[in-house]
Ligand binder design. Structure first.
Ligand code: R5P
Length: 298
């Protein structure tokens, strides 16, 4: 039986694309807010025996959590055999450790909540820093889809002689994979974080040997943009031309995009895991493969 896709509000266009790629059906679902701000959810239609895939990019997660949980329950109430979450952007992956007494490891709490509501999870490049895999957090089968093939294809098409630059050590895993595939050199800088919007970038000694190439800054998340602008400034000071700034998840808080465009950055290209005007790298086909894999593990 074909999959039944149930998009969260805002993910309808993505669900339509996935519907075509997967030969799936769309669940007739309705969400709305009551005047007091609470959420109403209704799945009008039968899901008996079906695998339902809730499609929702979890940027701004606190505003979506209730809807997400109600969507999963609506599917079960209508008889779904299994309920899968396809979250192109998986939130709450950055607080993966407690650094101060009493600090909540929100990655773990969030994972416990979702593991109770869903039978499997698919996410694109979840931010795995101190963890090797999502399985260390989630109690359900998980599939981490890599956006690297789409990024590689985009760079192959648009940047002739790149040097791939990671602004911090965490970006090293993406930088290595992309640079190897393109046969390009790579650099990984060092980031020191002083606060939410305050980072310094170092470790650029010797970088200027590649300054004839086009610098491609590559990171998984662009949030305030300070990591990218810091790295772009370091590259400019080392004599590079303006950077092409590639981000997997365009979290981009208000004001961040404008700040990036004022930095020594030629253009910003993000994948479409979060809808944003900088989206230039579609990952639907990779996400569809990830959904197929998750379903095969149920
Ligand atoms: C975290 O380490 C991530 O890989 C990114 O580097 C980080 O989230 C970027 O944040 P911001 O854009 O706020 O500097």
């Amino acid at each position: 039986m074909s999959l039944l896709l149930l998009p969260l509000p805002g993910d309808e266009a993505r669900a339509s694309r996935l519907e075509r790629l997967l030969g799936a059906d769309r669940a007739p679902v309705a969400f709305r807010r009551f005047p007091d701000g609470e959420t109403y959810a209704r799945l009008d239609g039968d899901a008996t025996g079906r695998v339902v895939v809730v499609v929702g990019s979890l940027c701004d997660p606190d505003s979506k959590l209730a809807t997400l949980l109600f969507a999963a329950q609506a599917a079960r109430d209508r008889g779904a055999r299994k309920v899968v979450l396809a979250a192109p952007y998986l939130a709450y992956m950055r607080q993966d450790a407690s650094f101060l007494p009493g600090e909540v490891v929100t990655s773990r709490v969030f994972a416990q909540l979702l593991s109770r509501a869903f039978d499997a999870l698919v996410a694109v490049d979840p931010h795995l820093h101190r963890l090797e895999s999502l399985d260390e957090l989630y109690d359900i089968p998980t599939v981490a889809v890599s956006a690297a093939p789409a990024i590689i294809a985009y760079l192959r098409r648009t940047v002739p002689d790149p040097v791939i630059v990671g602004p911090d050590s965490e970006s090293g895993r993406w930088v290595g994979a992309v640079a190897d595939a393109l046969g390009a050199p790579s650099l990984v800088f060092e980031k020191t974080r002083h606060g939410d919007r305050d980072v310094t970038i170092g470790g650029a000694d010797g970088a200027s040997m590649w300054k004839q190439r086009t610098p491609v800054l590559l990171d998984d998340i662009i949030s305030t943009g300070r990591t990218m602008t810091g790295a772009a400034n370091v590259l400019a000071a080392a004599g590079f031309s303006k950077a092409v700034c590639v981000g997997i998840h365009a979290v981009l808080v208000p004001g961040a995009y404008a700040e990036l465009l004022r930095a020594p950055i030629a253009r910003v290209a993000t994948t479409d895991t979060i809808e944003h005007e900088s989206n230039a790298i579609p990952v639907d086909a990779l996400l569809a493969d990830g959904i197929r894999e998750a379903v095969s593990r149920l």
